[in-house]
Ligand binder design. Sequence first.
Ligand code: XMP
Length: 531
Amino acid sequence: MKTAARPAHSKILILDFGSQYTQVIGRRIRELQVYSEILPFDTSAAEIAAAKPNGIVLSGGPASVYDKGAPQIDPEIFSLEVPILGICYGLMLMAHHLGGQVKFTGRREFGAGTLEITNGSQLFEGLGSQVDVWNSHGDEVTALPNGFRVAACTTNSPFAAVEDPQRRLYGLQFHPEVAHTPRGREILQNFVYHICRCTMDWTMGSFIEDACERVRAQVGDNKVVLGLSGGVDSSVVAALLHKAIGDQLTCIFVNNGLLRAREEEVVQRVFGENFHVKLKYVDASQRFLSLLDGVIDPEQKRKIIGNEFIKVFQHATEELLAEDRKDGGGAHGGYKFLAQGTLYPDVIESVAIGGNPAQVIKTHHNVGGLPEKMHFELVEPVRQLFKDEVRQAGLQLGLPKEIVYRQPFPGPGLAVRILGEVTPERLRILRDTDTIVQSEMEASDWYYRVWQSFAVLLPVQSVGVMGDQRTYEYTIALRVVESQDGMTADWVRLPYELLGRISNRIVNEVKGVNRVVYDISTKPPSTIEWE
Ligand code: XMP
């Protein structure tokens, strides 16, 4: 078995005190091509020292340092002689622990402000004397710890930025990581490159090489099975594993009969023909459709599809294992691993401040909780990456734009976009409509600017007129939303011309539809999908 030659790279650790922006800090630093990792606030100084970071960022957070149960830091961290940048709550903690004073002064600052840079701090190098910043704080530092000096102030805050350059400790009351602090990137750059002396070695190229080495070391001569959905995450994992271990990887692609038009062709073309990935294509569409026959309840639909997927996938894997036994494992060992497209946001331990003290770990199962008796060990080669990084990796690995930038598509597929019963005729109508929506969105370039754009078939028939004929046909709802993470969403103000063109094409080209409506509800209270 090969051992992973993992090159040491620069690293910034971020301690999470519960800010809504912690992940943004992580991403901003990675955009500077420096590896960053987010850790829970109570990570000990010893653990941090062992990780050998070039610098530490203390995130913001909703608590006040004096609150009962406010998240505390291991104060030994301040003695590690590693540069530290405290942002908002992070600054308050630093001041509080190092002998300064923090108070709620009643001068809350939320929103935009102007920062006056008062000395030549390395943190603000190249920024001139004034910059716009974004504030969101109630507490304020009122007395500095020994060794600290003011680096910048705002109208309301004499200590908006403070530093102890000797000990390389820095604190900001505002948020450099958010887009509303337009020159925040330069501030983070100064911290990361000049103060922490990081090198720009977190590139997709180096990540891919590194990830391939790790996979080879983990897998050895054994084989890996991957449930390929055609979505971005599993596609990138397929391309990455193929590069790392070639034909030791087999992908299973299940056609559940609820895919978009020609989806199975696209996946087979991209992975089978272009990449020469070993692909087991399982057409289970009839099984799924007959199980859905007569089912109307959305939850029941989802359960049926989820359970059936596990059965089909498990069966396909057993076939692979049996084939393997027959030919004595071929050139390799057996199938011991199951690959998953788990991403970094799924594995960061979220801090629950003020609520449930237990840390919630979000897990993610692309193949919907495969039975444990399958005894697979997991391979999760992109668990260090944010979504945008996964896309970059996909492009670098040679995946086409149509895969890398595709919009999210729900596991239960078109079944949750056909309200009421799923029938072959309704699937035909929705597929034809979906093809038009997708092609018009792509042609106008709106496809890549929105989170999702799709059609929903309503079980509502209404009267229309076509030529001299009365029609009595289905209604299509268009749903086009923008969102950061799918948790909240707003409807997109698409140009009327585009809406008109999509609507015209649908009623003219799709037999069975005579009306198109546009969904203008936000999430919450609506959801993105209709079922
Ligand atoms: P909702 O409808 O809950 O959807 O607002 C939020 C996001 O999740 C997607 N979605 C799913 N994705 N399996 C998935 O992989 C599912 O069962 C599923 N249901 C919803 C949805 O498309 C949206 O992006």
